[in-house]
Design a protein around this ligand. Structure first.
Ligand code: MV4
Length: 448
């Protein structure tokens, strides 16, 4: 096992990783930017190194600065968390060549799966259902039109280097396809320095179901069941839960088997998530692999009893996974609400500023993953996630009741948050029915 690792992230996930390390008796080196220097979660790390200015480009994404801090503090491994450098193949490669263990998949796997067109090809080669679409990157306008005519409208244009819904565009006819293609390619170039896009049939009213995967360095790969992340707004997930209320036991098994097959095909190691779309008829389609620990990982931890962050650290240090697929028994129901410092009444405008009163919910079945506290100052430089409220109960009904109760106990003053929106969503009869789809949130928001 490692004796000292670096946590190359900030906020709630940095705290989540530091907490796991403390339980494993591993020393932590936290990094921070100028904006986070006084954040109190840093006090729980053994050492803190300021790696750059406020902007993420100069600090949390600054590879030379982070690697220098790693060399100076003599750490053995780096946990990248989610976002920032967590899926950057080049960063993992730099770690590997500097004799630092990157706590995540190997750099070649990150690169392979980071290219969503490649990931699609791997799925096809392994007979995993994918959405009908282009077999490769779109070469030109003519090629895009040919693909669209073959699969039929509507189609969706996605960036090869993208993921998580960034830079996606839907087209309903030739004219909008031609326009959207140019826009999507420009956006992809601007966002990912790679203009490559691919095309899929656009499937309406889907559920978004993702499978948690965990692998060690000895070829053992397990799935830890699914999370349902259908409740999103503009590709930002709001509420996640496990198990998915929208799939049968048989379908769940099939999807989990497909996810494991893809992971095995690339010799996947460490934690990962295989994403699928599920339509009303119960057809499922592979969409992409997220090669990192995800924001919503706690719901899987609650229903499996497996601490994903500790497992990530253990497998990275070379330990074997002491698990048996048959013995991973998902039990109960877990729901997570993301609480963002945003104003839902005002186009979700970010709410930087000081928290002037703070009281977290507690009690049976409640978990709060947050670095926030009274007096905490929310910085305008980073994303607005300030807390994840997670509940765990025997049934979905009880989990919903618990979440309602916990959300209504949560006091955050001084800034606006998405707590009221979460309360509205969780209290909605359509959420209780489990029968929600992509347009549920948008409809609800347009009414209020
Ligand atoms: C799609 C889709 C419809 N058709 N792909 C969402 C996450 C990102 N990884 C890909 N996403 C989607 N891909 C095809 N071919 C719709 C979505 C989607 C979505 C799906 C389920 C639930 C909520 C969603 C919100 C936005 C986009």
């Amino acid at each position: 096992m490692f004796s000292r690792i670096m946590v190359a992230n900030r906020g709630e996930i940095a705290l989540r990783i530091i907490r796991a390390c403390r339980e494993l008796e591993i020393e932590t080196v936290a990094i921070c930017s100028k904006a986070d220097e006084r954040a109190s979660y840093l006090k729980l790390a053994d050492i803190t190194v300021c790696v750059g200015p406020e902007d993420a480009e100069g600090s949390y994404l600054n590879i030379p600065s982070i690697i220098s801090a790693a060399e100076i503090t003599d750490i053995e491994a780096i946990h990248p968390g989610y976002g920032f450098l967590s899926e950057v193949g080049h960063f993992a490669e730099v770690c590997e060549s500097s004799n630092i263990v990157f706590i995540g998949p190997k750099s070649d796997v990150l690169k392979k799966l980071g290219n969503k067109t490649e990931a699609r090809k791997i799925a096809i080669a392994n007979k995993i259902p994918v959405v009908p679409g282009s077999e490769s990157v779109i070469k030109n306008q003519q090629h895009a039109l040919e693909v669209a005519h073959k699969i039929g409208y509507p189609v969706i244009i996605k960036a090869s280097a993208g993921g998580g819904g960034r830079g996606m565009r839907v087209a309903h006819n030739d004219i909008s396809l031609v326009n959207s293609l140019a826009v999507a390619q420009r956006e992809a170039e601007a966002s990912f320095k790679d203009p490559s896009v691919y095309i899929e049939k656009y499937i309406e009213n889907t559920r978004h179901v993702e499978i948690q995967i965990l692998g060690d360095n000895y070829g053992n790969i397990f799935h830890l069941g699914e999370r349902d992340c259908t409740l999103q707004r503009r590709h930002q997930k709001i509420i996640e839960e496990s198990p998915s209320p929208g799939i049968s036991e048989r379908l769940r098994e099939e999807i989990c088997k497909a996810a494991t097959k893809i992971a095995k095909a690339v010799n996947y190691t460490n934690a990962g998530t295989v994403e699928f779309l599920v339509d009303k008829e119960g057809n499922f389609y592979f969409i992409e692999v997220n090669t990192r620990l995800q924001v919503e990982h706690p719901v899987t931890e609650m229903v499996t009893g497996i601490d994903l962050v500790k497992q990530q650290i253990r497998v990275a240090s070379g330990e074997r996974l002491n698990l048996k697929q048959k013995k991973i028994k998902n039990q109960g129901v877990s729901i997570e609400c993301r609480i963002n410092a945003e104003d839902p009444q005002n186009e979700f405008r970010p709410q930087p500023g000081k928290i002037t009163a703070y009281h977290t919910p507690g009690g049976y079945g409640v978990r709060v993953d947050s670095h926030a506290h009274n007096g905490y100052e929310i910085s305008p430089y980073y994303d607005s996630l300030i807390s994840k409220l997670i509940v765990y109960q025997k049934t979905r009904e009880e989990a919903i009741a618990c979440m309602k109760r916990a959300l209504s106990e949560y006091v955050i003053e001084g800034i606006k948050t998405t707590i009221p929106l979460n309360l509205e969503l969780i209290s909605h009869p359509q959420f209780a029915s489990g029968n929600i789809n992509t347009i549920f949130v948008e409809n609800l928001l347009s009414k209020s």
